[in-house]
Design a binder for this molecule. Structure first.
Ligand code: FES
Length: 96
């Protein structure tokens, strides 16, 4: 089970999740990482779930066209939209 570590507003929370977990879907049903994950639309349009991937970037699927559109140059800096990928390996993310 992948270990997810989230750094948000000076809090660090971590928990194992089942493979293929989407963090925004999880938070939407009030499971980890609720209430610590910032998100709104869940559809790749608002950008609220923008997250810097600190560890585990290489295991994520390629960015969706929505991530390319919303994140622009932040994509090259290591940001992704948490609502747009599923987790298959350990990951560490930070939200501003
Ligand atoms: S929650 Fe809106 S873009 Fe991810």
């Amino acid at each position: 089970m992948p270990l997810v570590k989230i750094i948000s507003e000076n809090k660090i929370i971590e928990e194992n999740v089942t493979e293929n977990t989407n963090l925004v879907v999880q938070a939407g049903i009030k499971k980890f990482p609720y209430p610590y994950l910032k998100y709104k639309c869940g559809m790749g349009t608002c950008g609220t779930c923008s997250s810097l991937i600190i560890k585990g970037q290489k295991y994520l699927p390629d960015p969706t066209w929505k991530e390319v559109k919303i994140l622009k140059e932040k994509l090259q800096l290591g940001y992704r939209l948490a609502c747009q990928f599923r987790i298959s390996h350990d990951i560490e993310i930070k939200q501003d």
